[in-house]
Design a protein around this ligand. Structure first.
Ligand code: HEC
Ligand code: HEC
Length: 268
């Protein structure tokens, strides 16, 4: 009798402990972006619209986009995935020094850069609904992360490259067996199926971060092939990145800067 009460008490304690554990697990498993968790009203609407722009960029931002891909083609899971170009915590890291612009930039300037280079387009005005919504979305993903704090997780996909030159021939073989079924033998992708172009007229332009071997190698290493991410070594990723980057793509058009007024000349 005594022992069975004791057992029941132990069982109850265990059950409670387990319940607490799974509550904690459920808490950490909460998706970084949950539309049901947004604040009601205009701020929530701005955050949701910002998210829609990230995943559906060519449709929602048509006049501003030349490339046939969404921001989420390179910012995986709408910028919520470690080593996938994550936006989590990013809001508190701006303003920051920017080497290319040679001045201190705001988050809007950095977003403008991805419009100019990665999207081969032009930046929406900083006071536009689109720009404010993208900022609202990134701020929402960054809530709880202190201003100036280190990244809560590794957001970048840059990797140290092998010392030797890439083997483009090996890269071509990897491309044919592991990439071309989605990105197509001619690199054009299939936009309707959500497979973005890797080179050619509809890809990112020569000024994009992804046009650098270290960024693309890291991106491939951690995120591609999409059906088996993590399956390629750094050196295989490097070879296939060299093959991809060996093809023609749009050249960055400096006139876009004049049109949008983004990235003004150095003033610091
Ligand atoms: C072709 C790939 C690609 C596309 C498309 C793309 N980006 Fe990026 N983005 C990058 C790369 C690469 C970086 C630089 C990452 C690094 O420095 O390691 C970056 C960086 C950024 C950053 C700064 C991140 C940081 O850690 O400082 C922001 C903000 C950003 N992108 C927003 C956007 C938005 C908004 C869009 C769509 C309008 C977009 N990007 C489309 C590849 C892309
Ligand atoms: C199963 C289909 C599939 C396969 C196979 C695949 N990808 Fe992708 N790739 C995608 C999708 C979809 C995206 C957009 C991001 C996402 O949703 O994961 C993408 C994005 C990319 C991007 C960034 C966007 C751009 O257009 O530049 C690069 C670079 C890339 N893939 C390279 C590769 C390489 C190299 C391989 C082979 C090693 C590969 N992919 C295999 C589906 C695939």
């Amino acid at each position: 009798m005594f022992s069975s009460i004791w057992m029941r008490a132990t069982f109850l304690a265990l059950t409670l402990a387990l319940a607490a554990c799974s509550a904690r697990a459920a808490q950490t498993a909460t998706p970084a972006y949950d539309p049901k968790a947004l604040p009601a009203g205009p701020v929530g609407e701005a955050i949701a619209y910002g998210h829609s722009i990230i995943v559906d960029t060519p449709r929602l931002m048509k006049p501003y986009v030349g490339a046939q891909m969404s921001c989420a083609a390179c910012h995986i899971a709408a910028g919520t995935q470690p080593r996938g170009g994550s936006f989590i915590g990013l809001y508190g890291r701006f303003p920051q020094w920017n080497k290319r612009a040679h001045r201190v930039i705001a988050l809007q300037d950095r977003i403008a850069e991805c419009f100019l280079y990665s999207m081969n387009g032009k930046a929406p005005a900083y006071s536009s609904k689109a720009m404010i919504s993208i900022v609202a979305y990134i701020a929402w993903l960054s809530r709880g992360v202190a201003v100036g704090a280190a990244q809560p997780h590794d957001d970048r996909y840059i990797v140290p490259l092998p010392k030797a030159a890439a083997n483009v021939g090996d890269g071509a073989k990897i491309y044919a067996s592991k990439c071309s079924m989605c990105h197509q033998p001619n690199g054009s992708g299939i936009s309707a199926a959500g497979f973005p172009p890797l080179w050619g007229a509809h890809s990112f332009n020569s000024g994009a971060g992804m046009a650098h071997a270290d960024r693309m190698t890291g991106f491939i290493r951690y995120n591609m092939p999409q059906n088996a991410p993590g399956s390629l070594s750094v050196s295989q990723s490097y070879d296939v990145a060299a093959f991809v980057l060996g093809h023609a793509r749009p050249r960055f058009n400096k006139n876009a800067l004049v049109v949008t007024g983004a990235l003004p000349a150095k003033y610091f």
